[in-house]
Design a protein around this ligand. Structure first.
Ligand code: LLP
Length: 423
């Protein structure tokens, strides 16, 4: 399922670079991303929106490396941010703050001030309490904060419970029934300016139905809010479109949007300014994580393939039991018979696994690629077990740019201090 990834003479390439060369040059674990794959994913949305007023705000939590942000900014994207830290990254990468929208249930006053100073495009507000605080903060600065209210359309995105966000029982958004009252409250607050409405129903969504249902409910709400005399300039439909990890068949972005736009047109909202917040679908299948086999450990019940990447580098399997394909970088070299292994990292936790029951023909020293790791892998990484963060490369044709140097151990403890001791 990964564009730009292919075997050439039994060696795995990303665009025009042989991945084993990159692993030897830069060491492992190593993240490698394809620029062309990211732009292809973006192009699917751009095709779907041709002739429409749409702002694509890349949900940068999926992969917040500066060079990735720079690439999307250069191609016209804004950004969906969830912290003041992410806003700083957007600025450092040359992004346009006017194209930034700020989501999240727990924005601090300091983050609100920072975002107002930067002049972001919109705050996606998630509660009535937040509306009040934002109004106060903006008023104190002599400003009116542009706001959109995140509504909860109460549809089942049919995805992993940790990444489903549009149902009643979770912390996100404002209940369907409270929408008009909340907009009326927002319209009365002196530090706010109502500009839009938004929703986000979940992530790794592979079916059309939840989206189509959410659009119907969103448009019902737009109609109700406008009937109450409050104008909605933009409709932000969130992110969530899934990718192919393991035979998943999400709709293509342009195909899905043709159907959603038909709904907008049918109800007379076709010329309204639209926004979307895609994350995973722009970057997930643009990246691989390269790792070296350290040891093979055969056992009575299981065989283990112990590699040098771990749950700190790539947390999705440990956190969500997520599946990522694992393939050899050199397919022909293997002299061994394939065996079934659990592929695990060096961390002292049983949850430290990258793949379970995988058939692999490998020996110690072989290099493997963990696939579909462009989204929510590096960005969710940690330094647990004092393991420095991997280096990252962005491949563009035959060029491989180092976009993140491998972290050093002293980088990890730079801000720590010893306690003074008596002489
Ligand atoms: N907008 C909002 C308000 C969000 O909360 C998210 C993701 C997005 C947009 C982007 O969703 P996407 O297009 O990437 O599905 N760590 C999990 C995914 C968490 C998603 C959180 N919110 C994972 O690794 O699967």
């Amino acid at each position: 399922g990964q564009p730009q990834l292919h075997y050439r003479d039994a060696s795995l390439y990303l665009e025009d670079r042989r991945l084993s060369d990159l692993a030897r040059e830069h060491g492992t674990p190593l993240y490698v991303y394809s620029q062309a794959a990211m732009l292809q994913a973006l192009a699917a949305y751009q095709r779907g929106f041709a002739g429409r007023k749409v702002q694509i705000c890349y949900a940068m939590k999926a992969n917040s490396s500066l060079a990735v942000l720079q690439l999307f900014a250069r191609h016209g994207c804004g950004f969906d941010i969830v912290s003041g830290g992410e806003l700083e990254r957007v600025m450092a990468a040359g992004g346009d703050p006017a194209k930034v929208i700020f989501s999240g249930v727990g924005k601090t006053r300091a983050e609100m001030r920072q975002a107002l100073e930067a002049g972001i495009g919109c705050f996606n507000v998630e509660s009535e309490a937040e509306l009040g605080v934002l109004s106060e903060v903006a008023q104190a600065m002599g400003l009116r904060a542009p706001v959109s209210i995140r509504v909860n359309p109460n549809v089942d995105a049919k995805t992993h419970p940790y990444i489903s966000t549009g149902l009643k029982g979770n912390k996100f958004g404002i209940a369907h029934e409270r929408t008009v009252a909340t907009y009326q409250r927002a319209a009365q607050l002196p530090g706010l300016r109502v500009v839009g409405i938004d929703c986000h129903i979940g992530s790794q969504i592979t079916e059309e139905t939840p989206y189509l249902d959410a659009m119907d409910r969103m448009l019902d709400l737009v109609q109700a809010v406008e009937a109450a005399g409050i104008a909605i300039q933009h409709i932000d439909f969130g992110g969530g479109l899934g990718i192919n990890y393991n035979g998943d068949q999400p709709p293509a972005a342009d195909v899905l949007w043709a159907k959603l736009l038909a709904k907008l047109d049918a109800r007379g909202y076709g010329q309204r300014q639209l926004m979307i917040e895609p994350g995973r679908s722009l970057v997930g299948n643009a990246g691989v994580c390269l790792t070296e086999v350290l040891y093979l450990k055969p056992g009575e019940q299981k065989n283990f393939c112990i590699v040098d990447a771990a749950m700190n580098d790539l947390p999705r399997p440990a956190m969500y039991q997520a599946y990522h394909a694992i393939v050899p970088l050199e397919a022909a070299g293997a002299q061994q018979e394939p065996q079934v292994y659990d592929v695990v990292g060096p961390i002292c936790e049983s949850g430290d696994w990258l793949g379970r029951e995988r058939s692999l023909a490998v020996a110690a020293g072989d290099l493997l690629a963990v696939l579909s790791t462009g989204a929510y892998c590096s960005s969710m990484g940690s330094t647990y077990n004092t393991r420095p963060r991997p280096a990252e490369l962005l491949v563009d044709g035959a060029a491989a740019h180092l976009i993140r140097a491998r972290e050093s151990v002293s980088d990890i403890y730079r801000s720590e201090r010893l306690v003074p001791t008596k002489a």
